[in-house]
Design a protein around this ligand. Structure first.
Ligand code: PHE
Length: 337
């Protein structure tokens, strides 16, 4: 029996095959229990000892060839959908769905908040994440011995002692006031960095939104009015707001702003630590020393500034209890927004 002939025969047979069932009958004919290959294998034992080796090898390589042919044919049948016409495509097959992406929940909250201020007339401005020590501290009236300047609280750049990763968005106040004369109204979204140990409410990187408004005759009442509008836009008409006296070197007077707890509506729960209030931002009237640093006439202009943490607001808004969820890139989390 001519082994090469068998190989050509199989090829010819396979060429006429156009369905899975036809393929199966060709397979049985050659590779089946009583097929051609089994017959050849049976012959090996009947041959004289010196011919067995060579013949056995030939049978074996034929077997491998056939297996390859059949595999190949099966593949082409599959891609053709097993139809008779090789060029026909099955237009009924479902297509490959393209997943639609969406913006990150933090970006969504930034867009919402900046949108609210933008509609009140604030421009949206950005600043660099690598800042000078001057803009991050000195220009903001933060004294040389202030603890926030410590390397435990600020990331300094290793080979550039006067540069750091900004620890808040307030340095953009200094940049903007140096670049523009009043009237000035800006909001500044962006990333900030602090060497905090990571836990459910701390990361070494988070986002803030800064706001500054400077003009003639700006008072604390303007700050209160603007922030009141903002808070109602984000959290709803029923939310209450209170100002708590506080200290920031770059504002005087300064206040922290709380909203009534959105979980318990002010009754006291675990989220607000039974206080009924949630701290959401820092604010105050721009300190005259800051005006001096940027070259504004302190007697002529007054203004207010505020700064808030975006993750904290997003967590309150969506009821998220772990800040790390935002940055783990888990689509099961991110797809919910
Ligand atoms: N920069 C302050 C902080 O990060 C927030 C703030 C901004 C306070 C502007 C007052 C005015 O805590």
């Amino acid at each position: 029996m001519d082994i090469n002939l068998i190989q050509t025969q199989v090829e010819n047979d396979l060429n006429t095959v156009s369905s899975a069932s036809e393929l199966e009958s060709v397979r049985v004919k050659y590779l089946g229990r009583k097929g051609v290959l089994a017959e050849l294998t049976g012959l090996i034992g009947t041959l004289p000892a010196e011919e067995r080796g060579l013949f056995g090898k030939q049978v074996n390589s034929l077997k491998n060839k056939l297996l390859e042919f059949f595999q190949e044919k099966e593949k082409t049948l599959k891609t053709q959908g097993g139809t008779v016409d090789k060029n026909r495509q099955d237009i009924g097959l479902p297509g490959i769905a393209q997943e639609l992406g969406s913006s990150h929940p933090i970006i969504q909250v930034i867009d919402e908040i900046c949108g609210i201020f933008n509609r009140m007339g604030f421009s949206i401005v950005e600043g660099p994440e690598i800042e000078t020590e001057y803009n991050n501290f000195t220009g903001l009236n933060i004294p040389l011995d202030h603890p926030s300047r410590d390397a435990f609280d600020t990331f300094y750049l290793k080979n550039y002692p006067k540069l750091l990763l900004r620890s808040h968005t307030s340095p953009v106040q200094v940049r903007a006031m140096k670049a523009y004369k009043p009237p000035l109204a800006i909001v500044v979204p962006g990333r900030v960095y602090r060497p905090d140990a990571v836990d459910a409410s701390h990361l070494f990187m988070f986002h803030q939104i800064e706001g500054v408004l400077v003009d003639e005759n700006i008072s604390f009442a303007d700050l209160k009015g603007i922030l009141g509008l903002f808070i109602k836009s984000v959290f709803g008409e029923d939310i209450k707001m209170r100002f708590r006296p506080h200290f920031f070197p770059f504002t005087e007077p300064s206040a922290e702003v709380d909203i009534s707890c959105i979980i318990c509506k002010g009754k006291g729960c675990s989220v607000c630590g039974r206080k009924g209030w949630l701290e959401i931002l820092g604010s105050g009237m721009v300190h005259p020393n800051v005006f001096k640093q940027v070259g504004y006439k302190p007697g002529k202009y007054t203004g207010f500034a505020f700064g808030m943490g975006v993750e904290r607001i997003a967590m309150l808004k969506y009821g998220i209890n772990d800040i790390r969820l935002f940055f783990e890139n888990d689509l099961r989390f991110l797809k919910q927004f």
